[in-house]
Design a protein around this ligand. Structure first.
Ligand code: UT7
Length: 323
């Protein structure tokens, strides 16, 4: 088998919705500002009892159902998340037990918003070297737990959710290539200031674990970096941008997405946009968008998809996929 291919997709958004009007009551902002600067109209928020693994579980069931794959067939599990249920065991290990997977390798990948693409890249290689025949790849986040609800610069942006894909070994393409990168030089532009070894406070918000972002500066680096990674991805596949059917971008900001589409000479009709419905769900956003367009029939077998993401670290990544 020389490829891994996407056999099924699934996603989950929690029931509770927070609209821009709800946020107007919390901070000095307006629906007009949020829509104009970000494209976001609403975001979903996990219920008090709901965790990242709860949302990942639902997305995984839906992906396995679409793929027609039983949990017993899964040979590897990778979960992109920055908001795990626990410090340990990992979210992936909690899901191994809950989904009833065999005792296969199960790991979390923390690459912020690029987490799903990192996880996809690892699982793709796992299958291509023959260590697994089928893999489950998930991006899941409960970001509203680490949002500073007094900071209008960030609290309007983020939401909760999960997306998943089942990969399977195949003679036909498949994932054509994946590309992942990191550069810790600008750590101060987007981060959570505290972790375990830096002096974690059990009161989350006093501990400084909330998201801090210099949005405007992140914006500029994101546009430049995503421009470079789409070039890198096309060059690696000796492919012209006109051959792409769909752009499936990280859903952080409509203006960043539009800039990448322009760079690819793609119309906004060729871009899968979900940011308006759930805001920035970090590692969950690419598989959420993918699942949306697979289920509504826009993405068809044989279509060429460019997936990309950029996030805290900085990390960035892409995948060229023949669906
Ligand atoms: O997913 C990981 C990667 N993250 C991203 O890619 C996010 C990248 N950054 C962005 O999406 C945008 O920079 C933001 C949406 C975060 C901000 O948009 P912006 O156009 O870059 O705005 P800005 O930060 O330059 O702020 C412009 C003005 C400021 O006021 P003054 O100084 O001009 O008076 C802000 O204080 O907008 C103000 N502002 C707001 N006003 C109303 C900032 N947040 C808000 C708000 N409501 N929520």
């Amino acid at each position: 088998m020389s490829y891994s291919r996407i056999a099924g997709t699934g996603s989950y958004l929690p029931e509770k919705i927070l609209t821009n009007a709800d946020l107007e009551a919390l901070v000095d902002t307006s629906d007009e500002w949020i829509v104009e600067r970000t494209g976001i109209r609403q975001r979903h928020m996990a219920a008090e009892h709901q965790t990242t693994s709860d949302m990942a579980y639902e997305a995984a069931l839906r992906a396995m159902d679409m793929a027609g794959v039983e949990p017993s067939e899964i040979g590897f599990l990778a979960v992109g998340t920055t908001t795990p249920d626990l410090v340990f065991p990992s979210t992936a290990v909690l899901l191994q037990e809950r989904l009833g997977l065999p005792h296969v390798g199960a790991m979390d990948v923390n690459a912020a918003c690029t987490g799903f693409l990192y996880a996809l890249s690892i699982a793709d290689k796992w299958i291509r070297v023959g260590d697994a025949d089928k893999a489950l790849v998930i991006g899941a986040e409960c970001l509203t737990r680490i949002v500073d609800w007094k900071d209008r610069g960030t609290c309007v942006l983020f939401g909760d959710g999960a997306g998943a894909v089942v990969l399977e070994a195949s003679d036909e393409p498949g994932i054509l290539s994946t590309h992942i990168h990191a550069n810790g030089e600008h750590v101060d532009l987007l981060r959570s200031r505290r972790g375990i070894s830096t002096g974690f406070d059990f009161d989350l918000h006093n501990g400084g674990v909330t998201i801090e972002m210099k949005g405007n500066e992140v914006f500029k680096v994101a546009v430049r970096t995503l421009g470079r990674i789409v070039d890198e991805t096309l060059a690696a596949n000796n492919m012209d941008k006109s051959e792409l059917d769909w752009l499936i971008p990280h859903q952080a900001n409509l203006r960043i997405i539009a800039a990448t589409a322009r760079k690819l000479n793609m119309t906004m009709e060729q871009v899968i946009l979900t940011v308006q419905n759930h805001g920035n769900t970090s590692a969950a956003s690419v598989p959420l968008a993918l699942d949306t367009a697979v289920r509504d029939g826009r993405i068809q077998r044989g279509h060429k998809l460019l997936l990309e993401a950029f996030g805290g670290g900085f990390t960035w990544g892409s995948a060229l996929v023949q669906y």
